[in-house]
Write a protein that binds this ligand. Structure first.
Ligand SMILES: Cc1ncc(COP(=O)(O)O)c(C=O)c1O
Length: 431
């Protein structure tokens, strides 16, 4: 047999998707650190914490499924239809209808293999190349935005993003800032006529920002006026998992596409995403599932089905996850204040309104946060540098080299000592 020495040629789409993407590098770094380097303090990645009360519920429910022969068969031995488990989507449609008055039925839902896959399908349905040589892009109204979107387009230059305005909720001398949407910039982008959809995560990964109800309503109105969908990625948000520290109304309308996930509830291993959309979009997502993967994982849907039927799933955020993560956030913010005090570092944190991240702005360093990330890694603190979250901006913005994303959901000692090392290393790099 002859030996194959040259690499095989990939299609253009293959080269685009199999290139070394930011998300791959991030997941690789994290995976390696988790398995090979137990000393590494893990403040990178988006892994949810082990929340004891929630884990207990999941384990109890898995026990029930294992003990019951029918339950076991439904969970392990059957393919679901591509759209998802019919009992699950019927129960979820009913719950959303009853709780929020949304005019939806099972035809408006589709299950995917995680929210990540939902976004991949949706972006490529709504942007890319169209008939007659037309090209459309996804508009991100507020950069920085979730790194996991950056390489999802089959076509290059899939995203265009707007810089936010920056406000200081506690006044200019405070240590808390917040991004808000610059609607003039958004309207200018939309006027270009090549936007296929507007998309935003709410809460936002990486910043913990939560678009206000007014911002969401205004985006929805703009989308409607331009005849395009608004995609709201609710991976951390309402109605579940509900890792929200400020009030935020769940929002849906026929031209709005809502993506939900069981991951941040504490079940990332089940790979369960949910799309709520018009019948046309939900059916298209189900078709893409059939083509790409035949069906989705069944386990997540089976675990949470009784909580959907009873409505209990809506209480897990407010009663279990919010107190858990809010406590972690407050402790970590206290350590930031303690360790940065007197260092000469001009620092601020983004208002922590949801999710599990601190977005740390370091304004007076002589190095970029990518360099700081390497220095921190050498001291066994894994973070995520801010740069890759600013994709889609038409021009370079110095601010994009000044931010660091920190996951504060690990155990107290890991987070505390991690923040201490970050403050020490930042102090070394002050201009
Ligand atoms: C904003 C956002 N959207 C989507 C995802 C994808 O999550 P999953 O595919 O596990 O549902 C993540 C994961 O971190 C995220 O942060």
């Amino acid at each position: 047999m002859s030996e194959i020495s040259a690499p095989f040629e990939f299609s253009l789409v293959g080269q685009k998707l199999a290139g070394r993407s930011g998300i791959l590098a991030l997941m690789d770094d994290m995976g390696r650190a988790l398995t090979l380097d137990p000393q590494m303090r893990m403040l990178g990645g988006g892994n949810p914490a082990v929340v004891p009360a929630l884990q207990a519920l999941v384990r109890e429910r898995m026990g029930e499924l294992l003990a019951d022969a029918d339950g076991f068969a439904r969970t392990m031995v059957s393919y679901d239809p591509p759209r998802g488990n019919p009992l699950f989507i019927r129960a979820l449609a009913r719950l959303l209808q009853q709780e929020f008055g949304w005019d939806i039925g099972p035809q408006n839902l589709a299950i995917t293999s995680g929210g990540q896959t939902a976004c991949f399908f949706l972006f490529n349905l709504l942007a890319g190349r169209f008939a007659a040589g037309k090209k459309k892009r996804i508009l991100l109204p507020l950069a920085p935005e979730y790194i996991g979107y950056a390489d999802q387009g089959w076509e290059p230059d899939m995203f265009v993003a707007c810089r936010p305005a920056i406000v200081w909720p506690e006044g200019g001398a405070g240590k808390i800032f917040k991004y808000t949407i610059d609607f003039a910039a958004v309207e200018q982008m939309l006027a270009g006529g090549d936007i296929g959809a507007i998309a935003a995560s709410r809460p936002t990964n990486p910043t913990g920002n939560v678009l206000t109800d007014a911002e969401v309503a205004r985006l929805a109105a703009l989308a409607a006026r331009h005849g395009i969908p608004l995609i709201l990625d609710n991976a951390y948000g309402a109605p579940f998992p509900g890792v929200l520290f400020v009030p935020a109304r769940p929002f849906w309308a026929p031209h709005v596409i809502l993506t939900l996930s069981l991951s941040k509830l504490g079940l990332p291993g089940t790979r369960t995403g949910i799309v709520i959309a018009s019948e046309q979009i939900a059916s298209a997502v189900a078709s893409l599932t059939a083509v790409a993967g035949l069906a989705n994982g069944t386990i997540g849907q089976q675990i949470v089905l009784p909580w959907i039927e009873s409505g209990q799933i809506l209480e897990l955020g407010p009663k279990v996850l919010r107190p858990f993560y809010a406590g972690k956030a407050a402790a970590a913010a206290g350590w930031a204040r303690e360790f940065f005090a007197g260092t000469g570092v001009d620092w601020a944190l983004h208002a922590n309104e949801g999710a599990f991240f601190h977005w740390l702005w370091l304004k007076n360093l002589r190095i970029t946060t990518r360099e700081l990330y390497e220095r921190l890694k050498a001291r066994k603190v894994l973070t995520v540098p801010g740069e890759p979250f600013f994709f889609g901006l038409p021009e370079e913005w110095p601010h994009q080299h000044e931010c660091l994303r920190l996951n504060f959901s690990r155990d107290a000692e890991t987070v505390r000592s991690g923040y201490q090392v970050i403050a020490e290393e930042a102090a070394q790099a002050v201009r």
